[in-house]
Design a protein around this ligand. Sequence first.
Ligand code: PBG
Length: 337
Amino acid sequence: MNPKGVFPSTRMRRMRRDDFSRRLMRENVLTPADFIYPVFVLEGKKKVEKVASMPGVERMTLDRLLPVAEKALKLGIPALALFPVIDAAKKSEGAEEAWNPKGLVPTVVAKLKREFPELGLITDVALDPYTCHGQDGLIDPRDPTGYVLNDETLAALEKQALCHARAGADVVAPSDMMDGRIGRIRTALDGEKLIHTRILAYSAKYASSFYGPFRDAVGSAGNLGKGNKYTYQMDPANTDEALREVALDIDEGADMIMVKPGMPYLDIVRRVKDEFGVPTYAYQVSGEYAMLKAAAANGWLSHDACMLEALLCFKRAGADGILTYFAIEAAEALRDE
Ligand code: PBG
């Protein structure tokens, strides 16, 4: 009836023929509950500024952020990630503004928690918005190489994380890549009975050139100048090292693990998820966002289709959620689908 090779013995296209069977066999779905929305906050009132290299992204003061937070909540986005833009006058060698209880981040956290208690708030723990040199940690001013000091930085990060948690941050997210910071922060939180504060560890954070637009957005690019972060962020060539970083952070008390950047690092997401089975997230960083926006603006790529495909691929790679500047647009596109 079917002499060998005349008819395909298995027809993979059968299940793809109709929408109903395509939907029935779909392994991964994207929902607004997968998104964390990063926002850039300015000091002061009634200010909104565009970020040239990130079309659609704006820095804004707290009063302008409130309706954005409400919109995110209504769209079903579980959490915001806050990134402060600190006035140059408040930056210092010692980054003291990072743990000022009346500073920008604790003020914004307290207000947002009061207005929208159900919206999760994630704060970035790293010193780069607060240092005059734009590094994530402290340096010895007498050291011409500008080497970032590990253990001195830990003491600062501990104060910063406590300051955020006391203000009501639900999740503190160390993105600094110092050794031992998760353990230090967990011990400090426990010491104040802040046992519900989650730690989202940027465990596998690479020294990536895709962060350029973000550094423009928070205004640390100028401070960093020709400096780089190679002595603490990971080498893009490495995989095993990422697994060691993740193992250490889990052991030290991390609740959630971040891989960053996202799309060029989906192999890392997959390995982390397979190896540890912990809540795993990926950060679709500013450069990834900028690339897609630029191509779409030129008519080279279809905006919504590529946005949703890119985000779905994070899920397929094993991510439980995605930190993405597309969160609002993607949630709207999913709602309207
Ligand atoms: C620094 C920080 C960076 C990003 C988030 N937190 C940049 C860096 O390491 O220099 C980049 C995010 C992005 O590119 O979207 N703590």
